[in-house]
Design a protein around this ligand. Sequence first.
Ligand code: AMP
Length: 305
Amino acid sequence: MNPILAVGSVAFDTIINPFGEANRIVGGSATYFSIAASFFTDVRLVAVVGEDFADRGDQLFGGRRVDLAGLQTVPGETFRWKGEYGFDLNNRETIYTKLNVFEQFHPAIPEAYRSSPIVFLGNIHPQLQLEVLDQVSAPRLVAADTMNLWIETTHDELREVLKRVDVLIINDSEARELSHEANLVKAARAIKAMGPKTVVIKRGEHGVLMTRADDGEFFAAPAMPLEEVFDPTGAGDTFAGGFVGSLAACSQVNDAAMARAIIYGSTLASFAVEDFGLDRLLTLTQDEIRDRFGCFKRLTHFEID
Ligand code: AMP
């Protein structure tokens, strides 16, 4: 089993949507990612929190396959983010982003983590993502996420990151912004030319589009049609956790493994949206994951006579 080194934000989030409001709940890209990936393999979490985070790390990750030796606690306040959704849950507005302890953060990768075979660079400043890559030795697979904030404000550093990652996981509007292409097929090809061997474009309730290494074609999957969708916050990071976790659990990373990983990512994300914040992921079981993976198979199966 290949452990994953995961770097990203651990946060206090405030979320407002038409179904309710959640105040100062634990979130962050690395949090969602780690919990999702820990259903498949061991995760080595590297992030920073303030003293106000208290013992929430142990409460959340205790009993899961998440090693917290790289979770630094420093004086100051934990990263905070507030987002608001309308009835179209595919679109949200960021009300504020308070970097707080992230302003002075430099990831220090513990010695024992440096040879991790799989590295996930969650959505943080690209300069910090580069600092992580400078500290690890020859990982088998590097996957990364990013967002519009970094595309708009740190374009050059982000282009350096792209040269050094195998898989970029990005959402549709960000892919368009990064590539200056309105068409997603063109956008994926343009981003691939920037460095990543594989580009995975998340399309919210419309599913996922992935470039295929073997033949230059695409693999696409729908999202699970769900009646109960409460809160898409963290769905992208949860998708990444299921996707990278599933790849880490495979002996060989080929197109078939990539396609299966897309369905595992989509499976995990379909649970994350069913309740506010992390709530649904915290009660999730392996049996539920297996059953919904089976639903995905039935959803997309058809016969050819
Ligand atoms: P997602 O819905 O998958 O895009 O992820 C939402 C999570 O990303 C929330 O829990 C936020 O705390 C976190 N987040 C939002 N903005 C940033 C940012 N600029 N840097 C790091 N994490 C962020």
